[in-house]
Design a protein around this ligand. Sequence first.
Ligand SMILES: *Cc1c(COP(=O)(O)O)cnc(C)c1O
Length: 310
Amino acid sequence: MLEPALLPTPLVDCTDGFLARAGVELRLKRDDLLHPTVPGNKWRKLAPNLAAAVERGHTRLLTFGGAYSTHLRAVAAAAGALGLESVGLVRGEELAERPRNWSLRAAEAAGMRLEFLTRAEYREATGRAAGEGVGEGAGEAAAELQRRWGPCLVLPEGGSNALAAVGAAAIPAELPDLGERDVVCCPVGTGGTLAGIAAGLPTGARALGVAVLRGGEGYLEAEVARLHRAAYGREFDGWRIDHAHHGGGYGKVPAELAAFAERFERRHGIPVERRYVAKLLAALFQLTGAGAFPRGTRLTAVVTGLPDPE
Ligand SMILES: *Cc1c(COP(=O)(O)O)cnc(C)c1O
């Protein structure tokens, strides 16, 4: 078990004149305080996977990520803390020769062995992992990775699988008195966090995900539904994904969004991670301004992570 620093995570009121005038309440679920090196939703999604890895006698984790992947760093830190080996397959062969950036340096410092793949190799390998445990040929795909890298538990890119969704379902379970007026909100990268939140809600309450990448319409909804079937053997309703607040695409932080995040930090005294959390909060303010939430709505924004150290 990967010990959390703080669980349940704090739930704090966020008082704001703009929202108040629209009759909307905002609360922050401070999952960013969950763990210093396996923050927020990465801890929620990894914890049950790590427990399963240990139970099945695995001694090594294998996963995937880009040059600045939070998931890669989180897996490295978690494996290190539990005394497991970890292998990270990194997108971009050219990175092998360059000095390591802070993110890859942190993964290596936690004990992860990095292997750099061409984009084509990466696509093929992640395609295999994404198929792990779900469709036809899944066993064969995992077996192929294991032949190449040795016996290991393969975690998909971004860490979203059935167990990850079950882990994230603990978030709404920590929110007391959810009902008809509640909307629990989170950013959406791969959809695992939203899938868990939607599955964990009591009847009447709803979930809203804000996509941080461009062009995810349809694909992300299908991912959430696939995770629901994989984890719970059924689909859930009462959730939706907003695709209008990605700020230009994954990792893009327009000046306006950066200014919003700085203002929010100054006003409310909490650090705002820019690639996910800032987009979520900005979306909630814009949607409120556009009248998307009836008066009396109570929003709970899940602060899914910490700002990058650099
Ligand atoms: C990885 C990450 C997400 C994305 O979560 P998914 O489950 O992939 O949708 C959201 N917020 C933060 C801060 C993250 O690091």
